[in-house]
Every structure is written in structure tokens, then in C-alpha cells.
Design a protein around this ligand. Sequence first.
Ligand code: ADP
Length: 464
Amino acid sequence: MLRNLTISGPRDRTADRKRPRFAAFSAAGAAALAVALVLLSVFALDLNLNRLKDSFGWVEHTDQVLLQLATIEATVIDAESGERGYLLTGNAAYLDSYTRARDAIGGQMDVLTALLSDRSEQMQRVHSLRPLIDSRFAEFERVVALGPARMEQALAILKTARAEQLTPKIADGLAQLRRTELALLDERQRRAQRDAARANLLAVAAGVLALTSLALGLFLLQRQRSRHRIQQLQSELIHVSRLNTMGQTASMLAHEMKQPLTATANYLQGARRLVEARESPPPANIAEVLGKASAQVDRAAQIVGRLRRLVDKGEAERTAEDVGATIDEAVALVEFGRADIALRRQVDPRLPRAVIDKVQIQQVLVNLMRNASEAMQHSARRELMVSAEPVQGMVEVAVADTGPGLPKEVADRLFQPFVSTKPDGMGVGLSICRAIIEAHGGRIWADANPAGGTVFRFTVPGAA
Ligand code: ADP
């Protein structure tokens, strides 16, 4: 039996308006923010990577410059030792290292110029170094040309060269270039480290914010879901409440109708007895008509009584019934609006009896057949087929029509109460059918009829 339930009133809209502003910030918004922050974090890391690459590039460049400076220094020393060796020993082999150094120095200075071309202060140093190296190599040239044969003159040139301090000046120039290059590398690396630290901080902050927005998004999603669930529960409660009201109304109606129905039945009995007791013969079919009328009143009283018991206590009277006969009686009860519906009935001969409350199952059949005949009202083909067959210990009954099929808007809510496409329909017929069938331990469902239209099927337990 359905119990009274308290349903809360319509939602308080002012409360909605008072909700904090951030509630409007949806889960999707939070997720989008999280994605944007992750992208920002990736961008910062990428920037960092590029800085690191730059930093490696600078180290490599400085290495090349230092190597070139060392090569030039070695070349000057080679030329000098070749010159001295030749002068002191007269051995021509010493001339080779001098010649190699003389041929190489020009190219080596060009490479150095190319390496330092983007640094104007270094370029100035290179420009002031070049004339020193040129003068030094011119001296070598002259000394070597004089050779050991004219030792006196050669030594005089060497003396002048020492006085001019050309070699130490070249060494000093190269050392200055080296120092500046190392200082520059140091400054660049420190700047790169500062930038990297900033970019790392940005990446970490963006990452943390992304995680926070993600968590916020999940929280909001969860909240949206629970709100949706609450709305669903509210609408289910409203349905249950309406069903409850309907149950109470049905119970009251059943109670109120019992007396007039009993009285009508008594009057019909009395009328029949009076007609039978009359001297003159009554009209030929009056007794039969009165008999039929009282049978219908009895049936109405039975339905009302069972409905009342069902609503009050959820009880039903089940006995093993012949399904064919149950279908036949139900067919006889349906008032088909149009006479031209072709009705066929097909009952499997192997069908066992069904354990059912016959009156209730007939209510289901009448409902399904009435719906089918209404659905076929405007169809060219109007065929109604009621069939029954055994399926795994159950009896499966099918009511098939050739109507237009189920309207899309109600197809997945057919068995819910108050779902109807008819202007004057209450939309409770199928929900009552489902309640009756499920109370019998069976199932009810609808399929498209392969021949066009709809087939409603239900199962009820077969007798052992
Ligand atoms: P009602 O008949 O009062 O509308 P029902 O619960 O019996 O309530 O039916 C609900 C809805 O299901 C109907 O309004 C109709 O749209 C649809 N329906 C039921 N039976 C059929 C059928 N045989 N063919 C097409 N639609 C049907």
C-alpha cells in the first residue's frame, strides 16, 4: 500500500538568486581553465628548454674562441722556436715549423675574426692584435732570410724585437681576449639561470593552479550531479505522491460504489423475479437482458472489491486459470469503437494454465486491446492479434496491432504514470498494467510489430 509522503513545495527561487556568484562558474569552465594553465606551464617549460639550448650554444662558442686563441698563441710560439732553432743550428728542419706557422697564422686570425664578429669590443682587440702579429712575423721573415750566415745582423734584429716587446704584447692581447670571453660566458650563464628560475617558477605556479582548477572542476561536477539527482528524486516523489492520491481516490471510489452497485444488483434481481412472476408472458428476451445486466453489475462489483483490496492491502486472489478462456472473456468485454477491426486469437495448445488473478489480468488485456484499437483508428489496415505461448515455465501473452507504432516522445516512458499522447488520456493505463503484471512476478514490455504497429507482451507464471 502506498503511504502518505510529504513533498516539499516549489523551489525557492530567491534562494537561487542568493547563491554565491562562483556557483555560476561551471565544471566545464574550471576544466577549460585547468587546460589553459597546463598549456601555460608547458609553454614556460618549452621557453626554459630553449634558454638551456642557448646557454649550451654560448658555452660551445666560447670553447671555440678559447681554442682558437690557444691555437694562435701556439702558432706564434712555433714560429719563434723555428726561427731560433734555425738561427742557432743552421738546421733547415727548423724552418719547417716556422713555414707552417707563417702559412697558418693568417687563416687562424680570420677564423677568430669570424667567431667574434658580433662583439664590437672584442673585434677592436682583434684589430689591434693583427698589426702586432704581422710585425712579429715580418721580423721572423727578416731573421730567417739572414740565417746563421749573417748571425750578427740577425741577432741585432732580435734585440730590437725584444726591446719592442712584440711577443709579450701579443700574449697579453690574446689573454685579454680570453678573459673577456670567459667573463661574457659567466654573465650569459648567470642571466640564463635567472631566466630559467623565473620560467620554472611560472611553470610550477601554473601547474599548481591547473591542479587546483581541476579539483574545483571535479567538485563542481560532483555538485551538479548531486543537484541533478535531487531534482530527479523530487520529481519521483511528486509521481509517488500523485500515485498515492490516486490510490486513495480509488479506494474511496471503490468504497462509495459498493453500495449503489449492490443496490442495483438487488433491484435487477427483484425486477427479474417480478417479470417472471407476471401472469401474462413477458417479452421474449427480457429475462436474458436482465440476466446480462446483473452479470455485468456483479463483475463491476468484483473489480471494485479487488481494486479496493489491492489498494488497501496489496492483495490479489490467484488461481490456476485457462488462458484461452481468460482472453475470450476479456475480448467480450472490450467495446471496439469501430466494428471493422479484424480480431484473431491464437493460443498454443501446449499452453499450461496460468496462476493469475483472472479479473486483474483481464483488466490488463482490456487495457492493451483498447489502446491497440484506439491506435488503429486512422490506419488503413486494422488487425488485432492476441496470442499466448509457453516460454520457460511462464505464459507469454502478446497483443499486436497494425497501428502507427509508438509515438517517439513517450516510447521510453510508456509504463510511467501520467504519460499520454491522447487529448483526454490520463496516462495511467499502462502503469496500472505494469503494477499488476509485476505483482504477479511477470514482466511487461513493448516492441515494434514486424508487420507494422506495436506488440505489447507480458508474462505471468504458468501452473506447475
Ligand atoms: P492513455 O491511454 O490514457 O494515454 P496509457 O498508459 O494506456 O494511457 O498509454 C500511454 C500512451 O502510450 C498512450 O497515450 C499512447 O501514446 C501510447 N500507446 C499505448 N498503446 C499504444 C499502441 N498500441 N500503439 C501506439 N501507442 C500506444
